[in-house]
Design a protein around this ligand. Structure first.
Ligand code: PLP
Length: 412
């Protein structure tokens, strides 16, 4: 590293115009990304491995999705479907299955050829959408706390994020519609929405979504809406933002097979949007991954056609796990914000006499053999999230039982 020559060194050479300040060594990581460091999930998962603690930090299931979907992937691999570059927008079978799903479930019609784009997980869909739609200096209004890739991708696209903070109120994290309205300025290009919301578990209601939609129409904003937990709703219902008046043409809807089918490693995601928006997002996507996950695309096409029973069973199973972990956390002394959706539960650690979620999470594996994530990492203003900690419940029942037993040791 020490011998490395930076462009600044070259600038300084061959010029002799008297004494000058030595050039400062230029950091390798650019300014846009320097603030982000390593994701907390890496740190906490490493801690779980080192201590043998139960990892309720990162949100991945500890059992794989349906056998028949796995078999579909094996078949595609063996039959030579998708082993070479699939078409840029995604294989037609999957695009058609996505369009059918939106129609069947929400009554939204999308043309599989011009209004659907398959991506490398929702993560790439988010990145490509922001890179395509933002000019440097554009403002993005996003719900805080937010999924950690949002802030980094807005920064990579040169945008400025304007957080609107969801606040705990009567057991639920609530969006203040006046604050949302006030956050929109003449520089606002788009709203980045997420419902069901990670990490708080809030599912925006029809009234809240109608207000977001009305604001977007009134101020002529685009909306990117991350709906990867669309099938994980326990109370209330998920309503796609694109179904509100005036939204069909200005909304990029993102979803993914990772959370719905418990195949987070496959990284098959997608967007549905108007032809103009799909074309724009594809312009960025083609230079990120171009294409990905060929054989898995065929398998996800089959997954999207699973009978309704599959979704009901998934939901009922996770609802029972939510109730189990929420009750255990409450017994252990946490204040619990019971999530209406997603597979995360956010807690307040202040009733345990704690105020710093970071310190709490770093000590938790030693104290009782469980790993969780401090919600502060999901905030721009970290102090706002300081006393909150997130636990994932997408784990086998006996794992959750054991975690609850261990967490009871914290009870004052
Ligand atoms: C998990 C998650 C994603 C990423 O989805 P992938 O399909 O795994 O890329 C995006 N948004 C939210 C809110 C998530 O929780």
């Amino acid at each position: 590293m020490a011998a490395m020559t930076t462009p600044a060194d070259h600038d300084a050479r061959g010029q002799d115009d008297g004494p000058r300040a030595l050039p400062l060594p230029r950091p390798l990581l650019n300014r846009r990304l320097a603030a982000f460091g390593t994701t907390i999930f890496a740190e906490m998962s490493a801690l779980a491995l080192k201590t043998g603690a139960i990892n309720l930090g990162q949100g991945f299931p500890d059992t794989d999705g349906p056998e028949e979907v796995r078999e579909a992937a094996v078949r595609a691999l063996r039959d030579g479907r998708g082993n070479q570059y699939p078409p840029g927008p995604g294989v037609p079978e999957l695009r058609t299955a996505i369009a059918d799903h939106q129609q069947r479930r929400y009554g939204l019609s999308f043309d599989p050829d011009t209004e659907v784009l398959v991506t490398a997980g929702a993560t790439e869909a988010i990145a490509a959408s922001l890179l395509a739609l933002l000019e440097p200096g554009d403002e993005v209004v996003a719900l805080e706390p937010y999924y950690d890739s949002y802030a980094a991708c807005i920064a990579m696209a040169g945008g400025t994020r304007v957080p609107v903070t969801l606040r705990p109120h009567q057991g639920r994290y609530v969006l203040d519609l006046d604050e949302l309205r006030a956050a929109v300025t003449p520089r606002t290009r788009l709203i980045l929405l997420n419902t069901p919301h990670n990490p708080t578990g809030t599912v925006l209601t029809r009234e809240e979504l109608a207000a977001v939609a009305a604001l977007a129409v009134e101020r002529d904003l685009l909306v990117i809406t991350d709906e990867v937990y669309e099938h994980l709703v326990f109370d209330g219902e998920h309503i796609p933002l694109a179904s509100f008046p005036g939204m069909r043409e200005r909304t990029v809807t993102i979803s993914s097979a990772g959370k719905t089918y418990s195949f987070t490693g496959w990284k098959v995601g997608w967007i549905t949007a108007s032809p103009a928006l799909v074309t724009a997002v594809r312009s960025a996507k083609q230079f990120l991954t171009y294409v990905s996950a060929g054989p898995f695309q065929y398998a996800v096409a089959e997954a999207l056609r699973l009978p309704e029973m599959y979704f009901t069973a998934l939901r009922d199973d996770l609802r029972a796990k939510r109730d189990l972990l929420s009750a255990g956390l409450a017994d252990a002394g946490f204040e619990v914000y019971r999530p209406a959706g997603t597979y995360f539960v956010t807690t307040d650690i202040r009733p345990l006499g704690e105020t710093d979620g970071f310190a709490f999470c770093r000590a938790l594996p030693e104290r009782c053999g469980v790993v969780a994530v401090p919600n502060a990492v999901f905030y721009d203003h970290r102090e706002q999230g300081a006393p909150f900690v997130r636990f994932a419940f997408c784990k086998q029942k006996d794992v959750l039982d054991e975690a609850v037993t261990r967490l009871r040791r914290l009870a004052p």
